[in-house]
Design a protein around this ligand. Structure first.
Ligand code: SF4
Length: 267
């Protein structure tokens, strides 16, 4: 079994949802414009560090979806997202706080760690570089609203960053958050992941891999705050046997797929 952070998170949220997605092949339809745009924007960042034209890359990638039937939230449109993306790229270049010294090796860095019982864990780190001169793991995010920064140290609890620190052995991590608002803003959030947190995460990975391997998929259902996982779950239609919801939200690739860990690349 090859496990990724996305799969681990899915199992921990609700093992039944994990089974639907990774064993039965029910994937969520990708119709959210902001998510699709985020992927195009990350390609533009890659182009920037490779000394290519990031604006042209963003325009080319995002133009593919100009006529696609994507879901835009209130206030969003194809043009508006494009406009915000260009402004964020200009601001990022002006602020000049990130260095990627060897873009051919340090972007989309694949890391693999062997687990017990012959399983493997795989992760793709967005980048390994420097923020204000300090070497760290870097994760890009595009969002419509700012990430919370208080209380101090909050970011050190982010499971994705803990995962990346665990698999790479690098304690310093940073989230570069591109906030699509007017005027645009970029947050540079830093944290240090302790050795203890990395060890604890390693134990969590091993325990979870063993549970998945023993085919334990109990439902962790919840519809009332704060245990309201079902309300935003793409698999709700399956649990309610509601054909309309299934057709609206899901698409099925029959059977498990050995390349499902590639989800890691699109999150
Ligand atoms: S709807 Fe609820 S119980 Fe069903 S898979 Fe989703 S989170 Fe789990």
């Amino acid at each position: 079994m090859i496990l990724s952070h996305t799969q681990l998170g899915s199992y921990l949220r609700c093992p039944r949802s994990y089974r639907y997605r990774y064993l039965d092949g029910w994937r969520e339809k990708e119709t959210r414009a902001a998510m699709v745009f985020g992927r195009c924007f990350e390609k533009a960042l890659t182009a920037l560090f490779r000394q290519e034209d990031p604006g042209a890359t963003l325009s080319r990638e995002w133009s593919v979806f100009r006529e696609a039937s994507l879901e835009y939230k209130k206030g969003e449109s194809w043009d508006r997202l494009m406009h915000q993306g260009v402004h964020l790229l200009e601001r990022f270049v002006r602020e000049n706080r990130i260095r990627i010294r060897a873009p051919q090796y340090d972007l989309q860095v694949k890391m693999i760690r062997d687990l017990q019982a012959g399983h493997e864990f795989v992760a793709y780190l967005d980048a390994i570089g420097e923020l204000d001169g300090q070497r760290c793991i870097i994760d890009w995010k595009t969002t419509a609203s700012r990430y919370p920064e208080d209380p101090d140290g909050l970011l050190s609890l982010d499971p994705q960053l803990i995962c990346y620190s665990w698999i790479s052995g690098i304690p310093e991590v940073a989230l570069v958050v591109f906030v699509r608002k007017d005027p645009p803003e970029i947050q540079y959030l830093k944290a240090t992941i302790s050795e203890e947190k990395r060890r604890e995460f390693g134990r969590l990975v091993e325990t979870t891999a063993a549970q998945i391997a023993s085919a334990e998929f109990p439902a962790h259902s919840g519809i009332r705050f704060p245990q309201n996982a079902c309300v935003s779950c793409a698999h709700l239609g399956l649990c309610l046997n509601n054909q309309q919801l299934i057709a609206a939200n899901l698409i099925r690739n029959p059977g498990a797929c050995s390349l499902d860990w590639l989800d890691e690349l699109v999150d």
